[in-house]
Design a protein around this ligand. Structure first.
Ligand SMILES: *Cc1c(COP(=O)(O)O)cnc(C)c1O
Length: 507
């Protein structure tokens, strides 16, 4: 939708002329943080400091949208630690003037990675949604905590509205559905496992794992590693994870026994299905898996970006382009989250408050304090409408199809899958001149395995575009392009392929 939002010229850098009542001679080289508010009379300095900061941020935003600007100016860790052109990471004993603080802000952005650049394809969390950014800034300005209604009345109601909206999109009815925003998809997945275990074995909360039989959970070979990590963190051990093999792209429907029947001493209770696998962007056969889980009384969690699941992970900081972090765990059965996690700390969750304390949702979480991640998403939803998100995601899928078509017709690239992409992921190899026409086999594969890392290294040094690579199963290192940035246009996709071909031309 909003692909070519070019910055208006003449607005970059420089200061606005001083407004009435402002001191035009303020020199930030002689001013310190102690001179800002809350110091009496600090209003105009505070204003000036923030105007300068906004100029720096604007400059960065404009540059991020300029195709010709670099995505990164790569330095090795030791180079950054040694200090570059006055940019020092060392912490001083004495305060530094605000001018230096602003230089530090500029340098921090300078040596970082412009994830909003139209040619950044490295991760699914990309793009820079400006309304989302505005939301983030407001959130930081409000600087409050999501644990109680007492301190977050508006944000907690917004969270309720968003969770209900997401639950209705997932397909749950008005009477069901609970959830919480939490720090990322991996943590959302952990919540699903935690709550599922509690649902079957509430005694785990007080007695721990020794009161339980040994449990088994099922997830596919291509599912996100956070499922195994959650099993380890929750004391079930990663060996409790039964990995369902995939034929190329899809897992077989797991042949899980009924919950009442254990296999080799393990009691099955939980199945994770992925709607959009991390590397291939493939959808597990959800309906068939849901049938099995229903018949065998198992908890079905869907890791995605909906369905007849007991819980769903939804990560708006991926394809929906919400600024990091923004992730929700949705649980179908109401009350479980609260029962599973609540400890009723009396200094926070007093039961004799004068308002409806069901809005003190903080005891549903495994955290104490919780960051406000909802406002930016709420604001984006207001600004785009559901339709706007729809067309934004469609644009990403369209870009993926465009890339697929370009790859189909080029002899110097090879697709990992010949069929159309299912999601916004497209996986491919670059075949350098020395490898073209070689017979397939272990030797060719060994050489092909080296190609992507070598190109990536050069790509990071040059900083013109950025894409990830990995091996998977029997496939040696291949590039994975993911689209989630609405700034990306066909010309950027063309550029990516040309750049890979250029960087790899002498391999
Ligand atoms: C990205 C991703 C995760 C992890 O999400 P984070 O927000 O990075 O913790 C989990 N599952 C899938 C399918 C993902 O793509």
């Amino acid at each position: 939708m909003s692909g070519s939002n070019k910055p208006s010229s003449g607005q970059k850098g420089g200061l606005e002329p001083p407004g009435p009542g402002e001191n035009p001679h303020t020199d930030l080289s002689r001013v310190y943080s102690k001179d800002l508010l809350p110091t009496a009379g600090g209003e105009s300095l505070t204003c000036k400091f923030f105007q300068e900061l906004v100029n720096i941020l604007m400059d960065y935003i404009f540059k991020s949208n300029e195709r010709s600007s670099k995505i990164l100016d790569f330095h090795h860790p030791h180079q950054l630690k040694e200090g570059l052109e006055g940019f020092s990471l060392d912490l001083p004993d004495h305060p530094e003037p605000l001018e230096q603080i602003l230089v530090d802000c500029r340098d921090t952005l300078k040596y970082g990675v412009k994830t909003g650049h139209p040619r950044f394809f490295n991760q699914l969390s990309s793009g820079l949604d400006l309304v989302g950014l505005a939301g983030q800034w407001l959130t930081s300005t409000a600087n409050t905590n999501m644990f109680t209604y007492e301190v977050s009345p508006v944000f907690l109601l917004m969270e309720e509205v968003l969770l209900k909206k997401m639950q209705s999109i997932v397909g749950w009815c008005e009477e069901e559905g609970d959830g919480i925003f939490c720090p990322g998809g991996a943590v959302s997945n952990l919540y699903s496992l935690l709550v599922a275990r509690y649902d079957f074995y509430p005694e785990v909360k007080t007695k721990g794992m020794c009161a339980l039989p040994r449990l088994a959970l099922f997830t596919s070979e291509h599912s996100h590693y956070s499922v195994r990590k959650a099993a380890a963190v929750l004391g079930m051990g990663s060996d409790s994870v039964q990995v369902v093999p995939c034929d190329e792209r899809y897992p077989s429907v797991p042949s899980v026994p009924h919950r009442s029947r254990c296999v080799q001493g393990l009691v099955p209770f939980y199945v994770n299905a992925t709607a959009g696998t991390t590397v291939y962007g493939a959808f597990d056969p959800l309906t068939a898996i849901a049938d099995v889980c229903d018949r065998h009384k198992l908890w079905l969690h869907v890791d995605c970006t909906g369905y007849s699941a007991s819980s769903v992970t939804w990560n708006p900081h991926k394809l929906m382009g919400a600024p990091l972090q923004c992730s929700a765990i949705l649980i179908k059965k109401r009350g479980l989250l609260q029962e599973c996690n609540q400890l009723c700390a009396e200094y926070l969750f007093q039961s004799d408050k004068h308002y409806d304390i069901s809005y003190d949702t903080g005891d549903k979480t495994i955290q104490c304090g919780r960051h406000v991640d909802v406002f930016k998403l709420w604001l984006m939803w207001k600004a785009k409408g559901s339709e706007g998100f729809g067309s934004q995601v469609n644009k990403c899928l369209e870009n993926a199809e465009y890339l697929f078509k370009q790859l189909q017709r080029r002899a110097d690239f090879k697709l990992v899958f010949e069929s159309k992409p299912e999601h916004s992921n497209v996986c491919f190899w670059y075949l350098p001149p020395s490898l073209r026409g070689l017979p397939p086999g272990p030797d060719t594969n060994r050489r092909l395995h080296e190609v992507a890392p070598q190109i990536k290294a050069k790509m990071m040094e040059e900083g013109t575009t950025l894409i990830g690579y990995q091996p998977l199963g029997s496939n040696v290192n291949f590039f994975r392009c993911v689209f989630s940035n609405p700034a990306t246009q066909h010309e950027d996709v063309d550029f990516l392929l040309e750049e890979i071909a250029r960087l790899g031309s002498n391999l």
